[in-house]
Design a protein around this ligand. Structure first.
Ligand SMILES: [Ca+2]
Length: 318
């Protein structure tokens, strides 16, 4: 098997946003292949998976204890959501926010997803944790609306393990229980989750969209970025990965790519969100290519509920 094929498969299984950087994954793939040259592909796979797991374990001296802690964290209500605002490029008004999970660990302090999501993925605990995040984001959204803030759309990241047929019912139940309108909810899935073009995944996404919930394709550009997914999966929007935006002022290639992605998305009636926007120059360029929405430090960092209300709602208070 070619290194690139193997690397690609690993990237599908371990998406970048769950804490493993592109470089780290690439290094692990090369080490796996180098150490086990000539071995069977499965063996190489296993060795790479072990390295990835070891990487996760580095954060946790005793993985069994950590698993228990992770399990208990839900019961003990130690997870919390931060919210990062998104603005409309034309009006500069806040149009929504992405919910990002943190763990208030009793001993280690506030942990970012990079430190516990790989373990949650590995143990399957990501499903109850992900469902909690979905519900919490909806409750918070309705609470903000009840306080008199304008209705905004909250985006929640969905893990590959959550993208199963019962997700549709889970979302339906949450919307019913919280009373949140479906237009105020968005789910973010990654390209890796769609890559196999499975009919079951397609049906799940279609059913979620039928509920009126927005579906966006996250980290666009980091995988195959195959136009075929977009044609067959009918998502509502694309989120251009931050890696394209980072040097956009100085990189003509990234400028051209962002422009092409935006034009392609618009021709398929998808809206485009640029992630990781940090400067006015980046904002100006994205405005010039008619990108629809932006998210990033230029607008605001992920904020706690209290900070979000103070920093961002004060501008949009009716
Ligand atoms: Ca996301």
């Amino acid at each position: 098997m070619k290194t690139s094929t193997l690397f690609h498969q690993i990237r599908i299984k371990y998406p970048v946003r769950w804490g493993l950087s592109f470089i780290l994954l690439l290094e692990m793939t090369f080490i796996g292949i180098k150490l086990f040259r000539g071995s069977q592909v499965n063996y190489i796979w296993e060795s790479i998976e072990i390295m990835i797991l070891m990487w996760g374990i580095l954060f946790w001296e005793n993985p069994e204890d950590s698993q228990q802690e992770l399990k208990q964290a839900l019961k003990k209500k130690e997870f919390v959501l931060f919210y990062q605002p998104k603005i409309d490029v034309k009006t500069k008004q806040i149009v929504g926010m992405e919910a990002l999970i943190r763990w208030h660990h009793p001993k280690k302090g506030l942990l970012s997803p990079i430190e516990f999501i790989p373990l949650a993925e590995k143990t399957g605990l990501i499903v109850p944790i992900g469902n909690w995040a979905l519900k919490e984001a909806c409750w918070q959204n309705i609470k903000w609306q009840q306080e008199g803030h304008p209705p905004l759309r909250v985006a929640v990241n969905i893990s590959p393990k959550q993208l199963a047929p019962d997700l549709v019912q889970t979302i339906k139940d949450i919307l019913e229980e919280t009373g949140l309108s479906s237009e105020c909810l968005e789910i973010e899935v990654t390209e890796g989750m769609l890559i196999e073009l499975k009919d079951s995944t397609k049906t799940i996404i279609e059913e979620i969209r039928k509920l009126g919930v927005t579906v966006s394709l996250d980290d666009f550009g980091t995988g195959y970025s195959n136009i075929q997914y977009l044609q067959s999966f009918h998502v509502d929007s694309l989120k251009i990965d931050r890696s394209f935006i980072q040097n956009i002022e100085t990189s003509p290639i990234n400028q051209r790519l962002a422009e092409i992605i935006t034009q392609m998305a618009h021709s398929l009636n998808l809206s485009v969100v640029a992630e990781g926007v940090e400067t006015k120059e980046q904002y100006d360029f994205l405005q010039s290519i008619h990108c629809d929405e932006i998210q990033g430090y230029y607008v605001g960092k992920p904020a706690s509920v209290k900070e979000f209300s103070t920093l961002f709602f004060s501008q949009t208070r009716p």
